[in-house]
Write a protein that binds this ligand. Structure first.
Ligand code: GLP
Length: 280
């Protein structure tokens, strides 16, 4: 696991967007797993900006979103379909036929979940999965006690999640009680995971996810099992980490590849980039 700490939310979002852009440039037909939530909004803004200013090309990119509420039409402003179209898809040159979200209006939701898994597999699996984190530690909508090997399925939303997401709805009672979400096992199969968390309200759960013992009570702890996981935080979200000094060590890439100072902000010793760093 690699932990990158940025001074503020803006720079954390920039670092996440840069990471995604680099992956897309390296593989133009990238299979990109996408997330929703307020944390992601500035990331999409920056990707749109990169498309407009630098010609970042999404024409061959294929996307799979983590989740969708059950019972919301795609044109409902509270749906994730709507969020993705408004914030991102409509503003870049992505082929809408290559964008995928679970259909929370499907007649047979179980079949929809199974088909979503098949579609991911048919596209060769997810190259880079972008993740936020819920206040209760969920990834996607994998609520506490989600099995680490779970697949795309229906989830009942917890009270905490419904109230966390309520500000995005006209009222709390309009927040759906169920969602379709990729499973923890589905997420862990992505070749690389990138989690972004900002703000002090996430500090406790982020510390649990990164440093705490593995537990299905905080599904994000499952990322400790992933061999290629990057976590980008701002100072506030990193505020409860016990090993923060270690993560913040300034390191210098030994191959001289990186000229970007934000990449020199540091890295854990147990991550996949160990060979690329040397002590200061
Ligand atoms: C929702 C999404 C999650 C996301 C979470 C965080 O619950 N299903 O995928 O990680 O929101 O949201 P925010 O970024 O608004 O804190």
């Amino acid at each position: 696991m690699e932990v990158i700490i940025q001074p503020d939310a803006e720079r954390a979002a920039q670092a996440a967007a840069d990471f995604i852009a680099r992956a897309l440039v390296a593989k133009p037909d990238l299979v990109l797993g996408l997330a929703t939530g307020c944390t992601m909004e500035p990331v999409y803004d920056r990707l749109v900006q990169k498309h407009r200013d630098e010609g970042l090309d999404f024409s061959r990119c294929r996307t799979f979103n983590l989740d969708e509420y059950v019972g919301l039409e795609a044109d409902n402003p509270c749906s994730y379909h709507y969020f993705m179209r408004q914030r991102f898809f409509a503003a870049v040159n992505i082929d809408l036929r290559n964008t995928h979200l679970p259909d929370g209006m499907a007649k047979d939701l179980e079949v929809e979940c199974a088909n979503y898994e098949k579609l991911i597999a048919a596209n060769g699996g997810i190259d880079l999965q972008v993740l936020g984190i819920g206040l209760n530690g969920h990834l996607g909508f994998n609520e506490p006690l989600s099995a680490f090997r779970s697949r795309t399925r229906l989830q009942t939303l917890s009270r905490m999640t419904r109230s966390q997401n309520a500000p995005l709805f006209p009222s709390l009672n309009l927040v759906p009680h169920c969602a379709i979400t990729m499973g923890v096992g589905t997420i862990l199969e992505a070749r690389h995971c990138l989690l972004l968390a900002t703000g002090d309200e996430k500090a406790e759960v982020v510390a649990g996810a990164i440093e705490g013992p593995l537990t299905a009570m905080i599904t994000a702890t499952a990322l400790q099992l992933h061999p290629a996981c990057t976590i980008i935080l701002d100072d506030e979200a990193a505020g409860s980490l016990r090993q923060i000094d270690h993560y913040q060590r300034i390191v210098v890439p030994s191959d001289g590849e990186s000229k970007n100072p934000s990449e020199l902000l540091a890295v854990t010793k147990n991550g996949h980039r160990d060979s690329a760093v040397t002590a200061p």
